[in-house]
Design a protein around this ligand. Structure first.
Ligand code: MEV
Length: 413
């Protein structure tokens, strides 16, 4: 603690006289231990309960402060391995960070069903993200001709200073635009191949540079300059086939289960309430891998749901159908902005371990694994829902959760 920080702490936050106010100027400058003291001093946390704020786990105090402002601890999340995944002929172990007890078991079960038909076949586009630069024209001008003539120069300008990215085959590749009449606003769309980085900072930096250039080219004010999370040029796909024999259970034969799963998909395709839950089940598989690898799951969620609305009607993220042999086939296609280098992915020790467990894929490989897990998760949920129901399997796994909660409740009373 620096002398200055110590004064800050003594003058403003001495626990005995701490006012109960959430105005805590300088809080961010204090070491974690002092921040905890302040929270306790405000009567918000019993001294005996600071352990609930966690130790640093695999992080250090320094990393906590890098990852978050005003850090006071860590939030532990279980990490499990989903098994049975065969993706493009390769066996893959899938680390998943999630607190819902049935998720890893269900992903593994879905992968086992798909394995019976040869596993998952996946593909993806190049990792091209898109940024937006909003421009308000002060007076009318022939922006169409100006921008068309300048397009290549703008791309070169955006790429300046990104030699390493260009050397790896990445960088800004295309610029397009459209005019939004209702806003009297021109919007530039910049497509940037970010290679193995998720690339948010890279895209935002390029957009801000292009914003400045716009002011030189056009009579305009510049509005927002930011990436879009609807990265519909950065797509990952997975497909699987499940022989009907693999789907039979106590209640139904395999052919019946195939038809019931197809019906379950059609229900989601025709009913937005069901589509939302169907897609929640898909994200049950996707988010835990995104989290375990240190990627931005809010960005992935935003992109996945927006993409599911691309026809104007919110649709299921997966499709299931009975093929001409009477077997089940399914596929998934989602935007997937993931990185395997940079940011949390590089700094978080557990993300590094997760990527190693996955076989050190590049960004495209990781995106493909992630959508395959989403498809497996959905398959498992639909198989259960369309036959014995979800509660039998779900509740047997959830039981230990409930038992623990009851024990804790009893201790409290
Ligand atoms: C529960 O977390 C997810 C499910 O509701 C998904 C679904 O209904 O398809 C089981």
């Amino acid at each position: 603690m620096t002398g200055e920080n110590r004064n800050l702490f003594q003058n403003r936050y001495q626990t005995a006289q701490t006012p109960v106010s959430s105005r805590l100027p300088g809080f961010y400058e204090l070491p974690i231990g002092q921040r905890r003291e302040i929270v306790m001093g405000m009567g918000r946390l019993d001294r005996g309960h600071t352990h609930q704020l966690g130790d640093f786990g695999t992080l250090s105090a320094e990393l906590v402060d890098v990852f978050i402002e005003n850090g006071v601890g860590t939030f532990a999340m279980p990490l499990g391995i989903a098994t049975n995944f065969l993706i493009n002929g390769q066996d893959v172990l899938v680390p998943m960070a999630v607190e819902e007890s049935s998720v890893v078991a269900a992903a593994s079960h879905g992968a086992k069903l798909a394995r019976a038909g040869g596993g998952f076949q996946t593909s993806s586009t190049a990792p091209v993200g898109t940024g937006q630069v909003q421009v308000f024209l002060r007076e009318s001008c022939d922006y169409e001709s100006i921008l068309s003539a300048e397009r290549q120069n703008l791309i070169t300008y955006a790429n300046e200073g990104h030699h390493r990215l260009l050397a790896r085959g990445g960088g800004a590749q295309n610029i397009s635009w459209r005019y939004i009449e209702a806003l009297k606003s021109l919007v530039l769309y910049v497509d940037i191949d970010t290679r193995d980085a998720m690339g948010a900072n890279m895209i935002n930096t390029m957009c801000e540079r292009l914003g400045k250039r716009m002011q030189e080219l056009l009579p305009c004010e510049v509005g927002l300059r930011i990436l879009t999370n609807l990265c519909d040029k950065r797509i990952a796909r997975a497909h699987c086939k499940v022989p009907k024999e693999a789907l039979s259970n106590r209640e139904f034969n395999g052919a019946e289960v195939v038809e019931r799963i197809e019906q379950a998909y059609l229900f989601a395709a025709h009913d937005v309430y069901r589509a939302t839950t169907h897609n929640k089940g898909v994200m049950n598989g996707i988010d835990p891998v995104v989290i375990a690898t240190g990627n931005d799951w809010r960005a992935v969620e935003a992109g996945a749901h927006a993409y599911s609305c691309r026809t104007g009607v919110y649709q299921p993220m997966t499709r299931w159908w009975k093929n001409s042999d009477g077997d089940l086939e399914g596929d998934i296609e989602l935007p997937m902005a993931l990185g395997t280098v940079g940011g949390v992915t590089t700094l978080h020790p557990t993300s590094q371990a997760a990527l190693k467990i996955l076989g050190s894929p590049n960004a495209q490989g990781l995106a493909e694994i992630v959508v395959a897990v989403g498809l497996a998760q959905n398959l498992s949920a639909l198989r259960a829902l369309a036959s014995e129901g979800i509660q039998r399997g779900h509740m047997s796994l959830h039981e230990s959760n409930l038992r623990l909660a009851q024990q804790k409740g009893a201790q409290r009373h």
